[in-house]
Design a protein around this ligand. Structure first.
Ligand code: ADP
Ligand code: MG
Length: 719
């Protein structure tokens, strides 16, 4: 064995020993420039000052930034990093990074490691290649990244061992307009904090200075063998299968959910856990999901902006770790027809700086007063702005999922459970509430009853379910950033809280006012509450009767964030300006168009270069056999009928292929972006679905060795 290999072997053994020795506790957060590291590395005064900045009590000075930057550089270099990057989240929904070396060349030809406060606080990436929806003309392509000091900086390691120091940042234009998903999220957190603090102060909680929105996103995903992925143009270019007949077995045996995890997947999950733990992401639960080859990972919840950063890292790391294991991770909302797609369950709540969860029913009348006030705010917000919440969960992939009997319908409703609904109903009617045989005291209208904690039942079909101490927004698309939906959620709740705060601040009898607010909320907004089966036909009809919006497609949904009411709301709470809202609308419509166009192109390419040639080959073989059989006067009726069947499908497929090409050409020629998107939705997408029908039918007639791409059975069951 060559010396080099022996060295590598010894290094590997040592590495292995080290990993074995390092317990979970040591691994966790080892790549994060976290509070513990800062406490150790920063002078006391700087550390104290930074904490104040993080709490929003003071602004960052260059002096503090210089000291923090120096410590960051020393720590990052000691951990093997040579580069740093301002890490941000443009409107693509992905993350962006440009690596800069810490090295600074000197006059004498040497170089020293340098990282200044200015470099930490602000970066200036060329922004011209990121979507901006017209906010930033390319001639003034400057974009700025600004350090989000409330989300910890971290090290990202790749498989080759390269280490990069990542600084979470917000990304905006020269004029200060948001070009990313992070900036509005941070602004919405401010908005909801401000209004929640007002409400709490009015309710007598005078010490609360800040309220943060918290999120725990459960991430669903698929894993398939890389060799199948590589062999499918549709998966490679769109992330989903555009063709494929259902495999004989799907998910009907219900044997996958929580099933035993296969060794290969288990290895992936372990590798994933370790990578996430290193970056301080508290990956907590992992299990098989409903569809074959589908899985879920849930972290422990955190502050919304950190949760959003972490979720981006989770998606990225899942994809990287999958590749290291010869797998590909599919995050697309509906990668396979006929089996469940993937979503993200966005568990959301509000917590005070004193650690009180505001959606946790309490044991005292005062705690319940707070709970019922915040519950009322959420009900008001969700009912009033259901269309905006729906927009927050819109993307082209989710169009294939919402309302497809596996995910909530495109109608926003709230699940409260029968106990809470009954309680609110009784309160409104002035009746007492019975729970588990226990009579609750009702002393006049100004006292609210004690609530038992374990009284909320479960409903897996609701898009917005109360789960005991938080709301679970279940409509969020699996591949999307969670910044968007949480920005909407925070802002609409801020408005509802603003209204409540105004009333409480003016009121002489706060208790009485709370009771009145709870009653009025129930009277006005209980129409958004639905505890039944959201997948049923009856609900669709019932929701229509109640006047709840049912918004089917993403392009319709986006419009709710670009109308007068959206501008009024988001400008009022300084979350998004009219221009920012409009730019997003344009960007999302453009993305929709590009998305469907790529799908159409991939479908056309596969049909022309893979499916049609395979079918032609088969018809040729059949024709040859038939003529040979005829020569010897043998029966060729089976072959002939098969040939007729296949030829007919081939002809039909060819016609549909031409229609798809024509519709694509027409749609791409439209200049108005709204009309263009509608044309892609109404003509291009349906013609691609039509083409699929024939190709999938052919797949079930052709000899499997002639079929040019891996089948659903291969991809979903072969590991
Ligand atoms: P489920 O309710 O789906 O059975 P869990 O209780 O494990 O599952 O919670 C799911 C997710 O909700 C986890 O990510 C968890 O950390 C998160 N979660 C729990 N409490 C809160 C909270 N107060 N705010 C936000 N997310 C929370
Ligand atoms: Mg859940």
């Amino acid at each position: 064995m060559a010396i080099k290999n022996i060295d590598k072997l010894i290094a590997d053994i040592n590495q292995n020993k080290m990993e074995k020795k390092l317990g979970i506790a040591e691994v966790f957060g080892s790549n994060v420039f976290n509070d513990a590291v800062m406490k150790k590395m920063l002078p006391k005064a700087t550390y104290a000052e930074l904490k104040k900045v993080q709490a929003g009590e003071t602004t960052l000075t260059l002096e503090v930034a210089n000291v923090v930057a120096g410590a960051m550089k020393d720590w990052a270099i000691s951990r093997g990093a040579s580069h740093y990057t301002h890490w941000f989240q443009p409107l693509t929904g992905k993350t962006a990074e440009k690596h800069d070396s810490f090295l600074s060349p000197q006059a004498d030809g040497s170089a020293i490691a340098e990282f200044s406060g200015k470099q930490l606080i602000q970066g200036e990436p060329d922004a011209s290649s990121f979507p901006s929806g017209g906010i930033r003309a390319t001639f003034e392509a400057r974009g700025y990244t600004a350090w989000d000091c409330t989300s910890p900086a971290f090290l990202k390691e790749d498989a080759a061992g390269d280490v990069t120091f990542c600084i979470p940042t917000a990304f905006c234009s020269y004029t200060g307009e948001a070009l990313d998903k992070k900036t509005p999220l941070l602004r919405s957190m401010e908005a909801v904090s401000k209004q929640a603090v007002r409400v709490l102060n009015a309710l007598g909680e005078k010490n609360v200075k800040r309220v943060t929105s918290t999120v725990g996103p459960e991430q669903e995903y698929f894993l398939i063998d890389k060799k199948y992925f590589d062999a499918r143009i549709d998966l490679v270019s769109t992330g989903r299968t555009l063709f494929g007949a259902a495999s004989p077995k799907g998910q009907e045996l219900e044997d996958q959910y929580f099933g035993a995890i296969k060794d290969r997947i288990s290895k992936f999950m372990k590798d994933l856990d370790i990578e996430l733990w290193k970056m301080g992401i508290s990956a907590k639960t992992k299990h098989n999901e409903v569809a074959p080859a589908q899985y879920e990972m849930a972290p422990i919840f955190s502050t919304t902006n950190i949760a959003a950063d972490h979720n981006q890292l989770v998606m990225e790391t899942m994809q990287k770790v999958a590749l290291r294991n010869g797998l590909v991770c599919l995050l697309y909302e509906k990668p396979f027809a006929g089996v469940n797609g993937s979503g993200k369950h966005n568990n959301w709540s509000l917590a005070t700086d004193m650690g009180m969860n505001l959606l946790e029913p309490g044991h005292t009348p005062h705690a319940n007063e707070i709970f019922l006030t915040f519950l009322s705010a959420v009900l008001t917000a969700v009912d009033t702005h259901a269309d905006k919440l729906r927009a927050g969960a819109a993307n082209p992939g989710n169009d294939l999922r919402l309302g497809a009997n596996e995910a909530p319908p495109a109608i926003i409703s709230v699940f409260l459970g029968s106990f809470l609904s009954q309680l609110l109903d009784n309160l409104t009617k002035g009746k007492a509430t019975q729970s588990k045989g226990q009579q609750f005291l009702k002393i006049g209208v100004d006292t609210l009853p004690a609530l038992p904690l374990d009284n909320t039942d479960r409903n897996r079909t609701s898009p917005f379910a109360f789960t005991g101490n938080k709301f679970e927004f279940r409509m969020v698309p699996s591949s999307a950033s969670i910044a968007g939906p949480n920005c909407v959620l925070n802002t609409i709740v801020a408005e509802a809280l603003d209204g409540i705060a105004g009333r409480l601040e003016k009121s002489k009898d706060v208790n009485k006012e709370v009771a009145a607010i709870v009653k009025e909320t129930w009277t006005k907004h209980s129409k958004v509450v639905f505890n039944g089966n959201n997948y049923s036909e009856e609900w669709i009809k019932e929701a229509e009767k109640r006047g709840l919006p049912n918004i089917h497609s993403s392009i319709e949904a986006y419009a709710a964030m670009n109308n007068k009411d959206a501008v009024r709301l988001f400008e009022k709470y300084n979350v998004l300006s009219k221009r920012e809202l409009h730019s997003r609308y344009e960007v999302y419509l453009e993305q929709y168009v590009k998305h469907i166009n790529i799908e159409a192109r991939a479908a056309i390419l596969m049909a022309k270069t893979q499916y049609v040639p395979a079918v032609i080959q088969y018809t040729g073989e059949l024709a040859e056999v038939i003529s040979k059989l005829k020569e010897i006067r043998s029966d060729s009726s089976v072959q002939e009928s098969l040939l007729a069947q296949v030829s007919e499908l081939l002809k039909s497929a060819q016609e549909k292929l031409i229609a798809l090409e024509e519709n694509s050409a027409k749609a791409s020629g439209i200049s108005n972006i709204e009309k263009k998107a509608a044309s892609y939705r109404d003509t291009v997408f349906p013609s691609q679905v039509e083409l699929r029908k024939d190709i999938d039918a052919l797949e079930q007639l052709l000899p499997c060795d002639l079929w040019p791409v891996p089948t659903y059975a291969d991809m979903l069951f072969n590991f």
